[in-house]
Design a protein around this ligand. Sequence first.
Ligand code: 4NP
Length: 158
Amino acid sequence: MAEQKPSILFVCLGNICRSPLADGALRHQAAQRGLGWTIDSAGTGGWHSGDPPDRRAIAVAAAAGVDIAGLRARQVREADFHRFDLILAMDHDNLAALHRIAPARPGAEIRLALDLVEGRAGQAVADPYYGDARGFDRTWADAQAIASGVLRHFGVAD
Ligand code: 4NP
């Protein structure tokens, strides 16, 4: 098991703001290190299925040289609990929703994303959807911290 490449799924509500940013941040950091990890994101809600990320999320990632424009929103499905090693919820509501829909014996470990960031355990990534661009700056900073935390969690120094 330890030699296998990890697979990580980030989950928020709409899969157009927070989880695509965490997905993009980790894909970028993993690619820079040549790690062939499986990284994806999904929403507990399905209203935005098929949509690209919010334009403000695309912009904040692009400003850091990370392209998330090609991502498309999708809803979490049962197979995700078997396909992924680690499912990281961006907030407590989505963590609770994941536990509600998880099969009896999920293969995946299900956790709050910020639990992997030193000093941020138990915290939620604030939902920037109804706020302004500054909210997306904060979300992007959280996404980068989470990506670094995931690398450390799997023993990769950043
Ligand atoms: P996300 O943000 O969960 O970070 O993608 C949201 C996106 C859409 C909605 C809520 C939150 N919505 O209500 O449509």
